[in-house]
Ligand binder design. Structure first.
Ligand SMILES: Nc1nc2c(ncn2[C@@H]2O[C@H](COP(=O)(O)OP(=O)(O)O)[C@@H](O)[C@H]2O)c(=O)[nH]1
Ligand SMILES: [Mg+2]
Length: 202
């Protein structure tokens, strides 16, 4: 019964779409720009210090990382986008992998939803909007996770969450979760949302 989150492993670090695992379990993808706090969120969610690599310099390797949880689901760490210094070859690889994950994937029916990460200070970027547009048009279920919320004071935080919740590109009623990997805020809410998207019992 339930999900044993002690039982977790990095099942595959895929640089090619052919390496995507095909276990018949639900997948929840994590999307966001480089440095938004995706790796930190994975570590926080799975109560691990360094399962996912956290870096102060935006990611060098472009891979899709599949974390298997208790043999029952995958959390899928998509490559971060929007890193300005990226060269054309990297951009190409990013598109190929991300596109390959969502649209050219024989297991795409296993993708039950996306956690879209938005930096509480940077707010919604153009690249975020492209992703939101795409999910809206595809009818892909998603939730919004506002990261690094510890960096805002009370007033800033209220304004930030209000602005994001009422943003025109975010579907009405979409869950918006304030999250901090620093102090663990939002971890419980995020797990509930992930469970509900994937149809898993916690
Ligand atoms: N204050 C604060 N810093 C964070 C938080 N999450 C991530 N960071 C920092 O943001 C930087 C990028 O984090 P990382 O998890 O590697 O982001 P990724 O590129 O999206 O995987 C690192 O310096 C982290 O320590 C958070 O919740 N609060
Ligand atoms: Mg990362």
């Amino acid at each position: 019964m339930g999900l044993n989150i002690q039982n977790v492993s990095l099942k595959m670090t895929a640089g090619l779409t052919s390496q995507f695992p095909s276990e018949p379990v639900p997948q929840i993808a994590l999307s966001g720009r480089s440095n938004v706090g995706k790796s930190s969120l994975i570590n926080t969610l799975l109560s691990r210090k360094s399962l996912a690599r956290v870096s102060s310099t935006p990611g060098k390797t472009i891979t899709v990382n599949f974390y298997e949880i208790d043999g029952k689901m995958f959390l899928v760490d998509l490559p971060g986008y929007g890193y300005a210094a990226r060269n054309p070859a990297d951009k190409e690889k990013w598109s190929k992998l991300t596109d390959g994950y969502f649209t050219n994937n024989k297991n795409s029916d296993l993708i039950k939803g996306v956690a879209q990460l938005i930096d509480s200070r940077a707010r919604i970027t153009e690249a975020d909007r492209m992703m939101l547009d795409w999910m809206n048009s595809m009818g892909m279920p998603y939730i919004i996770v506002v990261t690094k919320i510890d960096k805002l004071n009370k007033t800033e935080r209220a304004l930030c969450l209000e602005q994001i919740s009422s943003d025109k590109d975010i579907k009405p009623m979409t869950p918006v979760i304030a999250f901090s990997s620093l102090n663990g805020e939002g971890k419980k809410e995020l797990w509930s949302a992930v469970a509900s998207l994937s149809g898993i019992n916690l």
